[in-house]
Design a protein around this ligand. Sequence first.
Ligand code: SF4
Ligand code: SF4
Length: 374
Amino acid sequence: MVNSSAPAAVTAKGLQALIDALRQRGYRVLGPTIRDDAIVYDDIAALGDLPRGWTDEQDGGRYRLARRNDGAFFGYAVGPHSWKKYLHPPVQRLWRSERDGDNVRVLPEPAPEERFAFIGVRACELHAIAIQDRVFLGGASVDPHYRARRERAFLVAVNCGTAGGTCFCVSMKTGPKAVEGYDLALTELPDRDDPVFVVEAGSDSGRALLATLPQRPATEVELAAAASVVARTAASMGREMRADDLHELLLGNLGHPRWDEVAGRCLTCGNCTMVCPTCFCTSVEESSDLSGAETSRSRRWDSCFTMDFSYIHGGSVRPSARSRYRQWMTHKLATWFDQFGSSGCVGCGRCITWCPVGIDITEEVRAIRDSKPQ
Ligand code: SF4
Ligand code: SF4
């Protein structure tokens, strides 16, 4: 049972102690780092691994890192990576087989034993993980690989102090403040020489770990500052999208000419599905060694933007860019409700930023809404 313990305050020293404590408990600690001019998730061991003093500038088809004028550790929005690359990895072996003469032995892939600690999970990403929980754990078939990784994961959320140029979590009611689904949630107060983090515990294990860190109760001033960080971020979203009627709007406009217009720009590259934290589709592939003694089957991320994805005995069900873009967007924003009881979009903005031609899901919705027959 979670106590309603009062928020604590920790300094950068406390943040390092958190990383150390997680590593000592056997977690593989992952968080934001800078690589290839982007903020990506990778292994971290020390505060020096974090993108301190950096932010990201984002717009349709555009992403740049830029220097901040303070020493914020988490002063960016989100990068091209999401946590799904750890919980639902791009390639997952499902089984392998060995042949010995006339005998074939099939060996299912054991559930992974690795324990992940994610540092810097955004509110929208907590919602994305909850959506993937419903996909992989919520139905009749439970994915054992996802479950093993997910059940052992320790989530450290960081409330957003900076809205990205393509963020619209306020429209999707998924941020910028982490409300549930975390073990610890931090709000960074960077406008000081020695940054302070207001820390809230969201689980028993989070509270137990917090109790071991160098900390003190957060002051009223710090709590007010933390609230204003979130309020400022909420007021500066890069995008907005009316989301209360999308199921009817999109499914009532399957023949809208806008699908042809967007298809004229879409390269069907699949970037939007790769960077999306909720897209989960996969294909399976089998490979064998040259002698045929060993075979394996793997699951690999796939995309509804490929022709092969909907190939059925002799042809693709969605041969045109129009049908593939429409499938992606209507699934994400409309039929996901029928399938999983929620939207498939958390408003992170990645599909807008990383689309090479800057196609903007919020703009596509607006175009259909503004021109639909009244
Ligand atoms: S559809 Fe786009 S904005 Fe929505 S969750 Fe996926 S990547 Fe983020
Ligand atoms: S919408 Fe953009 S990112 Fe997605 S498939 Fe089309 S061109 Fe690629």
